[in-house]
Design a protein around this ligand. Structure first.
Ligand SMILES: Nc1ncnc2c1ncn2[C@@H]1O[C@H](COP(=O)(O)OP(=O)(O)OP(=O)(O)O)[C@@H](O)[C@H]1O
Ligand SMILES: [Mg+2]
Length: 223
């Protein structure tokens, strides 16, 4: 579980997260929705230590997020961004193998085996050897999801994972998110996509000007 208590974050004196308290349950999918600039990305970035915060606390599993735990937290919490961020000089397979090889120190054969299985899971077995520039946006995003999963994170944070995609590519990525949700992957997804909020999320949180304006069952919260 990820527990956030009274999280306050200021940029140059301006409060962008204002005493946010929210829990993301293990094995569940939580959606964060809200207008542009309300603090959604900042909230995700605070959880995996990409951003420092001013007040409050965040606990991931048993670990409290702070300077002493940053490395552990980043191993425990995977991140997927709107703009994929793949290594452009590496094949899809090499992208997925990279962190397990060099951060987890898996053997090359073990890393390869894991990467092959994950690319199959996201429907890209046939595109293993392709480079990012040869892949569609949806394919690149699915490689990015496989790459995050390769570290076997306890939770996956996704920041508008379908926002840059056309409807068809969007649907491919949503399908992957759906199957991960069915397997009980803990996910926190920032999204404007109704099919994700209604169809996949167990819980929805509405942020408004840095505060939690509503939360609960997705259908009710959206209404
Ligand atoms: N590094 C930064 N320095 C100063 N202000 C920042 C910084 N990063 C974000 N902000 C501000 O903090 C507020 C929240 O930004 P954030 O990126 O979390 O919003 P968001 O809800 O993710 O918006 P969007 O839907 O457009 O992605 C915004 O007003 C933004 O301008
Ligand atoms: Mg954002």
């Amino acid at each position: 579980m990820i527990a956030i208590e009274n999280l306050t974050k200021r940029f140059e004196g301006r409060t962008v997260l204002d005493r946010v308290s929210v829990k993301f349950q293990r094995g569940k999918v939580s959606a964060i929705v809200g207008a542009s600039g309300c603090g959604k990305s900042t909230l995700l970035r605070c959880i995996n230590g990409l951003e420092r915060f001013d007040e409050g606390r965040i606990v991931v599993g048993e670990l409290e997020v702070g300077p002493a735990t940053l490395q552990r937290i980043r191993l425990d919490v995977g991140m997927v961004f709107q703009q994929y961020g793949l290594f452009s000089h590496m094949s899809a397979l090499a992208n997925v193998m990279e962190a397990p090889l060099h951060v987890r120190h898996l053997s090359k054969s073990a890393a390869r085996e894991r990467a092959v299985a994950l690319l199959e899971k996201v429907g890209l077995s046939h595109r293993r050897e392709a480079f990012p520039r040869e892949l569609s946006g949806g394919e690149q995003q699915r490689v990015a999801i496989a790459r995050a999963l390769a570290m076997e994170p306890k939770a996956l944070l996704l920041d508008e994972p379908t926002a840059a995609l056309d409807p068809e590519r969007k649907a491919e990525v949503v399908k992957v998110l759906e199957s991960l949700a069915k397997e009980g992957t803990t996910m926190v997804i920032v999204t404007h996509e109704p099919s994700v909020v209604r169809g996949i999320a167990d819980h929805a949180v509405v942020l408004k000007s840095g505060r939690v304006a509503a939360e609960g069952a997705p259908a009710e919260v959206l209404r």
